[in-house]
Each structure stands twice: as structure tokens, then as C-alpha cells.
Design a protein. Structure first.
Length: 406
């Protein structure tokens, strides 16, 4: 029998390394486009930043349900290995692109094989007792924030002192280390085929490649939660691609990478505590009692980020914003896990990740239009408004929970 606490610890540690790998480069892409690839106009650069995030999210959105379905066939651990090791091999290619178009193309291909967060959530959700899943998924959320924090700081320092190419290789090394941790220390209790190989098994294997397996029937409660994931993905990632541009606007281009790393790391620190605290509360109180006030405060704190005249105001508002916004992921994931049969969690979590990223697709497109026509400050104003619009949707949670027991 798997020791779920030990498994959780090593998956948590691997997630810190994975997210640190991504965080060491991704927030600085707008600066990379200007300083290395020569995209100088802010409006044009905003569009390319949107294309960079849109391309990655599009391929991620398409591939995640397929990887989730394969996780239900071959196990969750192998999916986590795939996400870490293949991404580690592709990551350094971004350092050699000749122009911004190829940068977007590499991002598109790399995101097909990524998805370490979803793979880790699926593995932990499948090997953790149900009464501890809120804590376990909240702990994984804290790994996301703490990993980002480490990556932002490392990336900011590396870019500031050594340039962008070493930052890409640093990120790849951390992703490789995360994969090796999973390879040697993480277990999965998945059983691929409990019955002897026979004609019925062959029929089942053939059926697993059908359209119905990729688009399964989950029931109206799960599909409703997936709709909420779409909205959550839209509002949560609306401003992230443009933080570096806002730092440049407030502070100027000098050491913009360093200060972007500091502000992003500070926000991630608040997310560390938020994921654990609010994930723990999910095991004791109803989800809507946590989600509604957290969403309200998170939305309101977007506004001062938009009109900030110095980095103290911008960084402080972002720190508080991330504390309340960081609690939404474990709330939704715990709700998803509790209404999903264990044998379907791989597929459902894959669709959950895809739904959240599909929301991010729309936010990337709209963000590019807003920054091109109105400027970067309006990214934060619009993000706050959209976050507040999530509150009426969250009022559906009590009805969903009641329906799940019928």
C-alpha cells in the first residue's frame, strides 16, 4: 500500500522544481522579445506576448484531455514523467530562435508535452484518502506558488547578471531534476489490466481509442464544474503575461527583469500560504463560504495594480491579490475530486486543466487587444472587473453539491 504522505512530499518537491523551471524564464519573455528579438514597439510587443501565451495554451488545451485519458489507461506517474522530461529537452530551444515567430512556435510544441501541474494533481488525487484530499491538493497549490517564487527570483538574478540564454538552461535543469525525483521516489497504485488478456480485454483496448473515450459522459454536475474552470482560467491569468511591461512602465527599463522577478516572487509567497490555509479550510467548511469572499477581495485588489505609480504600491497590491486568488484552485479541485469516481479522475482532471486553459486562451486574446488599444494599465482594470463577475457564478456551488447527492 502506498504511503500517501511520502508520495505527496516527493510530488510536492518535484512540483516546486518544475514550476521553478518555468518561472525562471516565462515572466521575462516580454523583455526577451524587446532586448534580444528586437520587438521594440509596445503595442506590437503586447500582441506577440499574447500570441506566445495563446499558442502555448491552445496546444495545452487540446492535449490535456488526451493525456488524461492515457493516464487512466497507463497510470498517472508515467504522465508526470512525460511532462517533466520531455519539456526539459525542449525548453532550451527558446534560447536559439531567430525571431519572435519561432519563439511562439517552440512554445506551441513544448506545451503539447507539458502539464506537470495537472499530472501531479491527478496522481495525488488518486493516491490520497478522500478525507485528506483538500489538504493534499492545497499543499500542491502551495508548491505551485513556492516553485514560481523560487523560479522568479532565480530567473531575475540570472537574466540580470548573465543574460537570457543561461536562464533557459537553468529552467531545463530544474525540470530534469523534477523528473528524476518522480522516477526514483514517487509511486502509483495504478493497475493497468486486472483481468487476463482475452477477447473482452482486446475489445476494451480498441474502445479506448474511440471518440467516446476522449469525450466521456461525466454527468451534468461535473460538466458544470468544468464550466466554472473555464471562467476561473479566464480571470486568473488575465494579467500575468503583462507584468514585466507594467514594471517597465512604472520603473523604466533599467533592471526590469530583476524587479519583475522580485514582484512576482513576492506574490508567489502569499500564494504559498493561501494554498495551504484555504485548502485546509476546504476540508471543514463549504466551498462557497471560502470562494466568494476570496474572489471579491482578489478582484478589488486588481484595481490599485492598474493605477500604481511606484513598485511598492504595485507589488503590495499584487501580494494581497495573490493571497486571495491563490485559494480558488484548491477550492475547485477539491470540489471536482469529491464528485468524481476514482477511476475517472485522470480524465476529469485532464478536462479540468483543459477547461481552465481554454479560459486562459480567451483572456490572452482579449488582453492583446486591450494592451494594443488602451495600454497596459487597462489590463489590470479589466482583470478586476472580470474577477468580480465570477461571484454570481460561484452562487451555483450549493445547488451543484445538492444535485451531486441525488
Amino acid at each position: 500500500m502506498i504511503n500517501w504522505k511520502r508520495n505527496l512530499f516527493f510530488v510536492w518537491l518535484s512540483q516546486i522544481l518544475s514550476l521553478a523551471g518555468f518561472g525562471s524564464v516565462i515572466p521575462f519573455i516580454p523583455l526577451y522579445m524587446r532586448n534580444v528579438l528586437g520587438v521594440m514597439d509596445d503595442g506590437e510587443r503586447g500582441l506577440w506576448v499574447s500570441a506566445f501565451y495563446f499558442g502555448g495554451q491552445l496546444s495545452f488545451c487540446i492535449s490535456m484531455p488526451i493525456w488524461g485519458s492515457l493516464a487512466d489507461r497507463f497510470g498517472r506517474r508515467v504522465m508526470l514523467l512525460r511532462a517533466n522530461l520531455v519539456t526539459a529537452l525542449l525548453f532550451p530551444l527558446m534560447a536559439y530562435v531567430p525571431n519572435v515567430f519561432y519563439l511562439v512556435l517552440v512554445r506551441f510544441v513544448m506545451s503539447i508535452f507539458s502539464g506537470t501541474v495537472n499530472a501531479a494533481q491527478t496522481l495525488v488525487g488518486s493516491t490520497t484518502p478522500e478525507e485528506h484530499q483538500g489538504f493534499a491538493l492545497g499543499a500542491l497549490s502551495s508548491a505551485l506558488w513556492s516553485g514560481n517564487m523560487i523560479g522568479y527570483m532565480i530567473g531575475g538574478v540570472v537574466v540580470d547578471h548573465f543574460g537570457y540564454s543561461p536562464a533557459f538552461f537553468t529552467g531545463a535543469a530544474m525540470l530534469l531534476a523534477a523528473g528524476l525525483l518522480v522516477l526514483f521516489f514517487v509511486e502509483d497504485d495504478f493497475v493497468a489490466c486486472p483481468r487476463p488478456v482475452s477477447l473482452p480485454v482486446r475489445k476494451k483496448r480498441k474502445r479506448s481509442f474511440s471518440i467516446r473515450q476522449i469525450f466521456p459522459r461525466f454527468g451534468h454536475v461535473i460538466w458544470t464544474i468544468l464550466f466554472l474552470f473555464i471562467f476561473l482560467g479566464f480571470v486568473r491569468k488575465f494579467d500575468d503575461p503583462f507584468v514585466a511591461i507594467q514594471v517597465e512602465l512604472i520603473h523604466g527599463p533599467e533592471r526590469a527583469a530583476f524587479w519583475t522577478g522580485v514582484i512576482c516572487a513576492g506574490a508567489a509567497i502569499s500564494g504559498v500560504f493561501s494554498g495551504v490555509v484555504l485548502g485546509w479550510l476546504c476540508d471543514r467548511f463549504s466551498a462557497e463560504k471560502i470562494a466568494v469572499p476570496a474572489t471579491l477581495l482578489s478582484g478589488l485588489l486588481m484595481i490599485p495594480q492598474g493605477f500604481a505609480g511606484n513598485l511598492w504600491v504595485f507589488g503590495g497590491a499584487r501580494f494581497l491579490n495573490y493571497f486571495f486568488a491563490g485559494g480558488l484552485d484548491p477550492v475547485f479541485l477539491t470540489l471536482m475530486s469529491r464528485v468524481t469516481p476514482p477511476e475517472k479522475r485522470g480524465s476529469v482532471f485532464g478536462w479540468g486543466a483543459s477547461a481552465k486553459v481554454s479560459g486562459s486562451l480567451f483572456s490572452s486574446l482579449l488582453g492583446g487587444v486591450i494592451i494594443y488599444h488602451l495600454g497596459v494599465r487597462w489590463i489590470f482594470y479589466a482583470g478586476g472587473i472580470f474577477m468580480l463577475l465570477l461571484i454570481p457564478v460561484l452562487c451555483l456551488l450549493p445547488r451543484m453539491l445538492r444535485n451531486s447527492h441525488h
